[in-house]
Write a protein that binds this ligand. Structure first.
Ligand SMILES: Nc1nc2c(c(=O)[nH]1)N[C@H]1C(S)=C(S)[C@@H](COP(=O)(O)OP(=O)(O)OC[C@H]3O[C@@H](n4cnc5c(=O)[nH]c(N)nc54)[C@H](O)[C@@H]3O)O[C@H]1N2
Ligand SMILES: Nc1nc2c(c(=O)[nH]1)N[C@H]1C(S)=C(S)[C@@H](COP(=O)(O)OP(=O)(O)OC[C@H]3O[C@@H](n4cnc5c(=O)[nH]c(N)nc54)[C@H](O)[C@@H]3O)O[C@H]1N2
Ligand SMILES: [Mo]
Length: 794
């Protein structure tokens, strides 16, 4: 069995294929050094958790430890392939510095404690606050990295047990805009397209999505199409020269924060040139006239001026998109975390609707997810929506949920939308939120404007619980730290960005006294003695499979219908796409095939918002606008970002990811191969800007915004003039450097507190910055891995 080296060959060898052909199988394997295939005691079914792709894999167990991974040849998502993080990231599970016991703060220090001691503290503080202030004093901030069973349980506890409206996920930072854009256009969350559309598309357009580094196996699928007969044309919209840009037929590098103007310019051309499928638009949508009136103000010349592009480039892009016969669009953080995020993402939906590109092979839109289980946070209702894509503003949906849980309808708060994270932080800052339970996320590195975040997390008025597998930057602020089991140490299901559900089974025991998140949440519920209307313990389930069965019932009849799924079935089939029902036992490849949507007024997840101001629409307004539940073409005019370069801060600063690391590196920083490939923070600067600042490759530079300063080694090239890029992976857990001092390295020292009005997703990717040279660096500079700059196809 050959070991795949995912570092020098991040995408592996090509298996070319043609349009409509099945994507060939290629099985990738990686075993720990010294472990031979015959040493593996068993292979345990799972899928990848370091991105949203959902690559099916088996975990190798040898001598009671995780000893490697192997892609699943029969999996619909990856056909056996694994990416660099999949191949190496599992090593973090057995890192020596895993949390193995609860910690509680005594005299200012975190000290080891028993589970009883830790849980008693949490329960006592919860009880006091409930008595004194009511449930609105308690909040929960969870993740896109737990399992569906865990989110469903947490949603039940927060909304049906405690009755607090303050529950959100870090999906707010990640895919809130995906959800918002889908709700605005289709009345409901739910990915329209399927990864299989890559096999059929003749044009693939990637909007703010560096798929090569962030969903490397999906990129392999695209590379294999590019290497085969009749390859698709690629359009890339990104201010950087990413691996995607380098292989694109057309690369547009707009100024950061101008996506909406670009999209309006493109739609202007699609309309002007008659590339609209009038019959589809007439039959399946509302809002066409308003959209046409809005985009009429964006002739390519005007859009190009706003975006810092040539009008010709916008015309060329529009022609490619407007004349494609099978157009697949993907959208991710370059849109979601940028200015006018939802409005811009909605225009991509508009593009596919205008072109009638929904529901047929090779056509559609993937409003991507980022985290492995972000879809579940959303569908289970552990974010800003109610369980099962139910509409908080529709009383009958709330009543249905109350009867499912057998709790009083008055317990489930629905006087307003569930509180979004940025608002929860504000409540914590002003002292009305006094208890925050953070699970599986590291806000002290991943939230914007870190100096502010640190002061909120540090405030004495806030009782902070942190549930993690490692002692993160956030854990350092906690009153109680709970040690969690990781993937591979617990059982549950999760759903990727194209609605594919996988079962991930327990392979090994968690270290020490670490426990699965599900057990911790249920333990809390029992100690709080939550009861349903019959006086039975609530939640009524007690382990992963009974939680799944409860979730399955809660999803029945909703768009994300799991009623045809079971653990038994997921043990047989490697990946099933919801909705999966008795009528559709094999799942559903594409949504909206028949031009029917989940947008009927009585069924929709949301009545929508104004795309510019974010003001929610009233139920009656929605009913009048869209009585038949068609897709909605929603328009918005461009507004300049709130912070733009000026004399003192002449650069646009953006940030994002590299292929080797996952977020705050709690896992990938503990995988030696990945850490060695990208050991420290760097800054990307264009050749012109580097020359002007006197910067040579490897020099130390300082980037500053009004919020803070970061020092990083310079890499030259690969980005448009006037724009700087920092990876956001580097915090402080593995350096001897107190945050907030000279030499900071977390990109979020520099970002500001602002969010999209519709999705409430923070605008990580727009800030104005200054740049200066600090000096040369004696140690050799870290260069990009060569294969990332070389042409990988043909
Ligand atoms: N290797 C790796 N893979 C991951 C992750 C990881 O941490 N590491 N995280 C996962 C998660 S949670 C997520 S959300 C996804 C994110 O996946 P991506 O969205 O692909 O990743 P990012 O690097 O955040 O942003 C994508 C691109 O947006 C561009 N960009 C910045 N500003 C603008 C703008 O104003 N307009 C446009 N058009 N583009 C802009 C950046 O140059 C960048 O190349 O990745 C997932 N996969
Ligand atoms: N500047 C800037 N900031 C960003 C972004 C950006 O592009 N630029 N991207 C944003 C996006 S899209 C995202 S998704 C966020 C990610 O931000 P975070 O969620 O803060 O990042 P992670 O490092 O993935 O943190 C997850 C934590 O959960 C722990 N964990 C993993 N599995 C489990 C588990 O099963 N149980 C428990 N209890 N803990 C577990 C890990 O050890 C880790 O500490 O960052 C956001 N912040
Ligand atoms: Mo994300």
């Amino acid at each position: 069995m050959a070991q795949r080296d995912g570092i020098t060959e991040p995408w592996g060898t090509r298996t070319p294929y043609g349009p409509g052909d099945p994507w060939p199988v290629r099985v990738d394997t990686r075993l720990a050094d010294g472990v031979r295939p015959e040493d593996v005691d068993r292979w345990v079914r799972s899928a990848a958790v370091l991105h949203s792709n959902g690559d099916g894999l088996d975990i190798a167990v040898a001598g009671g430890r995780i000893a490697g991974v192997r892609g699943r040849a029969d999996d619909r998502v990856n056909r056996g392939r694994l990416d660099p993080k999949d191949l190496f990231g599992w090593q973090a599970n057995s890192a020596a510095d895993r949390l193995t016991t609860p910690l509680v703060r005594k005299h200012g220090e975190l000290v080891e404690a028993s589970w009883d001691e830790a849980m008693d503290l949490i329960v006592r503080r919860s009880g006091e606050l409930l008595d004194e202030q009511g449930p609105g004093a308690l909040g929960f901030y969870t993740s896109g990295q737990l399992f569906a069973e865990e989110y469903y349980t947490l949603a039940a506890i927060a909304r049906g047990g405690l009755g607090t409206n303050h529950l959100d996920g870090n999906t707010r930072l990640c895919t809130a805009t995906a959800a918002a854009a889908l709700k605005e256009s289709f009345g409901c969350d739910g990915q329209p397209a399927s990864y299989a559309d890559v096999d059929h598309a003749d044009v693939i357009a990637l909007f703010g999505h560096n798929v090569a580094e962030t969903q490397a196996v999906l990129w392999s699928r695209m590379l294999d199409r590019l290497a085969g007969p009749n390859p698709p044309a690629l359009l890339c919209v990104d201010p950087r020269d990413t691996p995607v840009a380098r292989l694109s037929t057309l690369h547009l590098a707009p100024l950061p924060g101008t996506n909406l103007a670009l999209m309006n310019g493109i739609l202007h051309e699609v309309v002007e040139n008659g590339w609209v499928d009038r019959e589809y638009v007439e039959r399946s949508t509302v809002g066409y006239d308003d959209l046409v009136a809005t985009v009429a103000d964006y002739p390519p010349e005007r859009a190009a001026e706003i975006c810092g592009l040539e009008a010709r480039e916008i015309r060329e892009a529009a022609r490619l998109l407007g004349t494609a016969s099978r157009l697949l669009c993907t959208v991710l953080q370059g849109f979601y975390q940028s200015h006018q995020a939802s409005a811009a993402a909605v225009q991509v939906n508009n593009l596919v609707l205008l072109r009638g590109m929904l529901g047929k092979p090779g056509a559609g839109v993937l409003q991507m997810n980022g985290q492995p289980t972000a879809e579940n946070t959303r569908e289970c209702g552990a974010d800003g929506d109610l369980t099962g894509f139910r509409n908080w503003a529709n009383d009958s949906h709330v009543e249905e949920l109350a009867s499912l849980w057998n709790v009083d309808v008055g317990t489930i708060p629905h006087f307003g939308p569930p509180t979004h994270l940025m608002q929860m932080l504000r409540y914590a800052e002003t002292g009305t939120l006094q208890f925050l339970w953070v699970s599986a996320t590291n806000p002290a590195v991943s939230l914007p404007e870190l100096s502010r975040i640190r002061s909120i997390l540090d405030s004495t008025g806030l009782f902070l619980v942190v549930q993690d597998a490692f002692r993160t930057e956030t854990a350092e602020f906690a009153d109680v730290v709970l040690p969690a089991a990781l993937w591979g140490e617990k059982t549950g299901t999760f759903t990727n960005a194209d609605r594919t559900v996988h079962l991930s089974e327990k392979a090994v025991d968690p270290p020490g006294r670490a426990r699965p998140d599900l057990d911790i949440f249920l333990d809390y519920a029992r100690r709080m003695d939550f009861r349903d209307r019959d006086g039975e313990p609530f939640p009524q389930w007690h382990d992963a499979e009974t939680a799944f069965e409860a979730w399955r019932r809660a999803s029945a009849g909703r768009p994300c219908d799991y009623s045809g799924l079971s653990y038994a079935k997921l043990r047989e089939v490697s990946g099933v796409q919801w909705p999966c029902t008795s009528d559709r036992p094999d799942g559903t490849e594409r949504l909206y095939v028949d031009g029917k949507f989940f947008a009927q007024p009585d069924y929709c997840e949301s009545y929508g918002r104004d795309l510019v101001t974010g003001a929610p629409m009233e139920p009656d307004e929605y009913r009048a606008m869209n009585p038949a539940g068609k897709a909605m073409l929603k328009a918005a005019g461009y507004l300049p970002p709130h912070e733009t370069p000026d004399r003192d801060h002449p650069f646009f600063l953006i940030n994002g990811r590299t292929i080797h690391h996952f977020h705050t590196r709690t896992k990938t920083g503990r995988a030696p191969e990945l850490q060695a490939a990208a050991p420290e923070v760097w800054l990307e600067v264009s050749e012109r800007d580097a020359a002007a600042a006197g910067l040579a490759p490897g020099d130390l530079a300082e980037v500053s915004t009004p919020r803070g300063n970061v020092r990083a080694r310079v890499r030259i090239g690969g980005i448009r003039d006037g724009v700087l890029f920092l990876p956001f992976h580097y915090g402080y857990w593995d350096v001897d450097h107190p945050a907030g001092k000279d030499g900071d390295r977390a990109a979020n020292e520099l970002t500001f507190t602002d969010w999209d009005p519709v999705s409430k997703q923070p605008l990580f990717k727009t800030a104005a910055a200054a740049l200066r040279r600090i000096g040369p660096v004696s140690a050799p500079a870290v260069e990009r891995v060569p294969s990332l700059v070389e042409e990988d196809v043909r």
